[in-house]
Write a protein that binds this ligand. Structure first.
Ligand SMILES: Nc1ncnc2c1ncn2[C@@H]1O[C@H](COP(=O)(O)OP(=O)(O)OP(=O)(O)O)[C@@H](O)[C@H]1O
Ligand SMILES: [Mg+2]
Length: 365
């Protein structure tokens, strides 16, 4: 049975002495009055060596929140958080720290802190983050890698047009048949074709850069479509795939988000559709975009064989792929869904035989 009298006899200093967590008590100037063995071990000092030293010695100067901590303690009497601290040998480590003002007779008389080395936890978190970024960029790279051949075609065609126009103008010069009107006409075409090349490169830039940390902005959905289409339309043409875009209703619509990421989603779906129509005779891919109250609806449908019922659950899982090794990473759809949900939207497969992916996004009013 616990006896309150016994409790009073307990020497709290000796309890703290054996506490596995580092405990430091300092006066109002920050000079250490007491530090338990765990604190000496954590900061790399010999037993008793910390007495009289200023807590400044734990400051790594790598975290610039000392003032913020002092302010918080003044205001709330305490501070809790993670920061980088320094050991006696100048090695730095991540610490989880909790500092509290100690009052005696209503007067603040000192500061006590508990700290814990969380370097392992931090390293593990960093690894997970790095892994995640690696996955995202490997999927993006696979999209771009897969697109490389397609992009070559996208660029080759306009380059061939420019080359032909220049040859024609040269011939006319040779024959002395150069008329002002003709020159203007041909140069106009060259200019338009150069603009098309710029657009292809812009689309490639928008999609290949990592925009995940960009602030969200008003994005014109037509630009999202043209950035993606500029990177695959020529490939569709060369492979005899009919492509239909029904996007007039949403032409002047805006959504709040990151354009590059949205183009990446559309391109992922168009790439999947491209793969899906490879083995069927009628090759058709349709992009439809419409408005429904305050929502934008994007549908990407293809004339492929569709997705079996038992696969419908699985395809959104990361790494699920039915494509040959080296071709698909199985990340396209899971990343697309994550991006759309991060935009406050929905991403799903329509309940019908032919494959049709739907993206719903809130419109900017
Ligand atoms: N339009 C589609 N028609 C039929 N099956 C599809 C379609 N889109 C996706 N799938 C199925 O879903 C799977 C997962 O697609 P996802 O885009 O996530 O990965 P992937 O295309 O295999 O690889 P990648 O990471 O290169 O995109 C595909 O392997 C395919 O089996
Ligand atoms: Mg894919």
């Amino acid at each position: 049975m616990s006896n309150p009298e016994n409790n009073e006899k307990i020497n709290f200093k000796s309890l703290i002495q054996w506490c596995p967590q580092a405990f430091v008590f300092a006066d109002m100037e920050g000079n250490v009055q007491f530090a338990n063995p765990a604190a000496h071990r954590l900061y790399g000092y010999d037993e008793g060596e910390l007495l009289g030293k200023n807590v400044d010695i734990f400051n790594s100067h790598l975290t610039h929140n000392t003032e913020e901590i002092v302010e918080a303690i003044k205001e709330n009497g305490s501070w809790e958080g993670e920061l980088i601290q320094r050991k006696k040998d100048d090695a730095v480590f991540y610490a989880e720290l909790s500092v509290n003002l100690v009052f005696v007779d209503g007067q603040p008389t000192g500061l006590c802190s508990y700290s814990r080395d969380i370097t392992d936890k931090k390293e593990a978190e960093k690894k997970v983050l790095e892994q995640r970024e690696l996955l995202a960029s490997s999927s993006k790279l696979s999209t771009i890698g897969e697109m490389a051949a397609g992009i070559a075609h996208e660029l080759n065609n306009p380059l061939a047009i420019i080359s032909t126009k220049v040859q024609l103008l040269n011939k006319l010069i040779e024959k002395g048949k150069l008329e002002k009107e003709k020159i203007e006409d041909e140069l106009g075409d060259v200019k338009d074709t150069c603009d098309r090349i710029s657009k292809i490169i812009l689309g490639l830039k928008a999609i290949s850069r990592d925009g995940s940390l960009d602030p969200k902005a008003n994005v014109n959905i037509s630009e999202v479509f043209s950035d993606s289409l500029n990177l695959c339309q020529e490939r569709f043409k060369i492979n005899d795939i009919e492509f239909r875009a029904n996007t007039t209703q949403s032409e002047d619509s805006y959504v709040l988000g990151r354009g590059g990421q949205l183009s990446q989603v559309v391109l992922n779906l168009l790439n999947n559709a491209f793969d899906a129509v490879q083995n069927v005779d009628e090759k058709l891919i349709e992009l439809t975009s419409s408005l429904n109250k305050d929502k934008l609806l994007i549908e990407i449908q293809d004339s492929g064989e569709g997705i079996d019922l038992e696969l419908r659950e699985k395809i959104l899982q990361p790494f699920f792929t039915t494509k040959d090794p080296g071709k698909g990473t199985g990340l396209g759809l899971s990343i697309s869904r994550r991006i759309i949900e991060d935009h406050g939207g929905k991403f799903y497969l329509k309940d019908q035989k032919k494959t049709c992916f739907v993206i719903e996004l809130p419109l900017v009013d």
